[in-house]
Design a protein around this ligand. Structure first.
Ligand code: TSJ
Length: 648
């Protein structure tokens, strides 16, 4: 037995099995995208989640309550838990220690037995061997209460045997790895906030697990966050409201949970209403965020609509002759988290982010049907507050329909009612046209004069816009700052949005690189994300990148720098006396400068906005625009190190 020998050495014979194994991990290195989605930043961070998920499984099995995640200098990740330790005994089938099998055999990632819920499907659970295959090196240390075992791998291959390196009273597993730069060519740098968000989410979803995240990349400035939520998904709902500065209309989060008789499936929901108008439902299956929803969300929505309509009638919010309220009316201002854990999760759709198990729909539906009636009977004040809000939502829904119709009727002939401030382009072919939405008057003037008028249209905007977080759809659609944007794009808004009518293939936001500019950008992104989502999804939205500096050599030679680093590089390369001009805003550039730095398709740099960016903007926006000072201050402090341009 491995455990009893002093210095464990496992023979590395090249058996048929082993050759197969090598092929297995080679496949991962050949087509990493198949296993971790991408080799960009998302895939890189995914490596961490894959490892941490194993510790969470150990915690769910009841043997571990603390997980440490550390980012070490050189972007090395170390994950430690206080569980039983990955088994080190010889696996009979493979003839090697189980821990070696975990790291060198595809799909054997620690998911063998051991209670809790078996997690399967999606990208999740492909496990430790995939991370190992995609790591330049990986080290594992296992403590079993007696001995410390150690093994090292390089690009998936064991380079040491499993060795005993010491004695210990502790138990647990520690995995340290360096993502392989040959695979992650784009970047090997971890984003603290990305890891923080995901680990906090996991701590909410698994109440009682203590997760600590430490950034030790800069030894002078260690950054640390702890996540431990006894309240689980109810704490998640509270956290979202607090972070977004939203006031709630009833004091307690409503929480229901159930489990099936065999103990093979569980479902849990938590929700609360705020006094604003957005619906936010976060759903999870086996701790995986199902961004496209699925049966758990369907069951939830269906039962909420049924039970709430029933009580709306019973409590006379609806007259006998009134029509039922719509589901969306009951979800205005609702923040909900749904979490189900099942043995054989089926993930559907292109991104495998939609739950397909039909039995889950019934399970969640029954849960709400039973428990919500009980809750309403016991809490009449909360019931009234919720139903009252839903009735107001139904009225606003009618108003919004009118407002949308007004916008539509005003533009029967395409050009008849284009906004007066729009400087349109000559081409009518959206494949080649673009519209610059420009902040401020003088920048708008420069853009109009500097553009290529065949393809480029300019729409100047003035001043601050309204806060889309704080108002209902009907107010947004009728707003004098946003209607020009809606009519210029030509595809309507909200429910009537029709991407096929889009007048410009590229919608480019051009704002200053300062606080106000970032405000306008965030606000427009939030608006597009909420009311013109396909525009973002299909990649039509861009952010122009004006330069921050102009460096002049002698009298005639100009260079532009888009970051401080680039400025320093240019100065160093020129190696002579230079004149540096810092652009405080777009308005300081003349038309020609604006064209050659920011608008010329041959030379400009633009960021294409994806849905994730817009979601982050949406969240940032809620924080920055919220009425509460504390979360805003905290946000700015926390992000000061990441957001370089916030205060220029
Ligand atoms: F992913 C991984 F393999 F690299 C990894 C696994 C990484 C980390 C940080 C921790 C773990 C891990 C695995 N922590 N705890 C465990 N537990 C087991 O593998 C284990 C231990 C005992 C038994 C048993 O039935 O006795 C079963 C299992 C699955």
């Amino acid at each position: 037995m491995v455990e009893s020998s002093e210095n464990v050495k496992v023979e590395q014979e090249y058996t048929a099995e082993q050759i197969q194994v090598l092929e297995g991990l080679e496949a991962v290195r050949k087509r990493p995208g198949m296993y971790i989605g991408s080799t960009g930043p998302r895939g890189l961070h995914h490596l961490v989640y894959e490892i941490v998920d194993n510790s969470i499984d150990e915690a769910l099995a009841g043997y571990c309550d603390k997980i440490d995640v550390v980012i070490l200098p050189g972007n090395i990740i170390k994950v430690t838990d206080n569980g039983r330790g990955i088994p080190v005994g010889i696996n009979q089938k493979m003839g090697k220690p189980a821990v070696t099998v975990v790291f060198t055999v595809l799909h054997a990632g620690g998911k063998f037995g051991g209670g809790g819920y078996k997690v399967s499907g999606g990208l999740h659970g492909v496990g430790a061997s995939v991370v190992n295959a995609l790591s330049e090196w990986l080290e594992v240390k296992v403590c079993d209460g007696e001995k410390i075992y150690f093994q090292k791998y390089e690009r998936g291959n064991a380079v040491t045997d499993l060795e005993v390196i010491g004695e210990t009273e502790k138990r647990g597993t520690e995995v340290t790895f360096k993502a392989d730069p040959e695979i992650f060519r784009e970047t090997d740098v971890y984003d603290f906030t990305v890891l923080e968000t995901r680990l906090r989410e996991q701590a909410f979803l698994n109440a009682g697990i203590h997760i600590e995240l430490r950034d030790e990349r800069d030894p002078e400035n260690i950054h640390k966050k702890n996540f431990l939520y006894e309240g689980g998904i109810s704490s998640f709902v509270e956290y979202i409201h607090k972070k977004r500065s939203l006031d709630v209309i009833h004091p307690d989060v409503i929480h229901f949970a159930t489990e099936n008789e065999q103990g093979t499936a569980s479902a849990e929901v938590a929700f609360q209403y705020n006094d604003k108008y957005n619906e936010l439902i976060l759903s999870f299956a086996n701790n995986i965020h199902t961004t496209d929803g699925g049966t758990h969300e369907e069951g939830f929505k269906r039962a909420i609509t049924t039970v709430m309509n029933e009580y709306a009638r019973k409590l006379k919010f609806l007259k006998d002759s009134d029509k039922n309220l719509l589901g969306e009316d009951f979800r205005e201002g609702m923040t909900a988290v749904i979490s189900v854990k099942i043995t054989e999760a089926q993930f559907e759709g292109q991104t495998k982010a939609k739950l397909g198990n039909t039995e889950v729909r019934t399970m969640v539906q029954n849960l709400i049907n039973e428990k919500l009636r009980e809750y309403f009977d016991a809490h009449p004040d909360v019931t009234r507050a919720i139903l009252d809000k839903a009735c107001q939502a139904a009225l606003a829904r009618e108003k919004a329909r009118h407002a949308r119709e007004l916008v539509r009727r005003k533009s029967p002939l395409e050009n008849a009612s284009l906004p007066g401030k729009l400087a349109d382009c000559q081409s009518r072919n959206p494949d080649e046209t673009e519209v610059y939405i420009v902040e401020g008057d003088s920048a708008g003037g420069s853009a109009k004069n500097g553009r290529d008028r065949k393809y480029q249209a300019i729409l100047p905007l003035w001043g601050k816009m309204l806060n889309v977080e704080k108002v209902r759809e009907d107010k947004i659609i009728g707003n004098d700052k946003l209607t020009p944007v809606i009519t210029a794009l030509g595809c309507g808004v909200g429910k009537e949005f029709d991407i096929s009518k889009l007048r410009y293939g590229k919608v480019i936001i051009m704002a200053d690189a300062d606080v106000d500019g970032s405000h306008i950008r965030t606000l427009l992104l939030t608006f597009f994300y909420r009311y013109m989502q396909p525009l973002v999804e299909q990649g039509h939205v861009y952010i122009a990148q004006p330069p921050l500096y102009r460096i002049t050599k002698g009298k005639k030679e100009h260079y532009y720098a888009y970051s401080d680093e680039q400025r320093d590089r240019i100065i160093k390369q020129l190696d002579c006396k230079t004149d540096i001009q810092r652009y405080k805003g777009l308005g300081e550039m003349d038309p020609e400068q604006l064209w050659e730095t920011t608008m010329d398709p041959e030379r400009r740099i633009m960021l294409r906005v994806n849905v994730e960016d817009a979601m982050i903007a949406d969240e940032t926006f809620s924080i920055l625009m919220g009425e509460k000072v504390e979360p805003r201050r905290q946000f700015i402090e926390e992000n000061a190190r990441y957001v370089q341009n916030l205060d220029v």
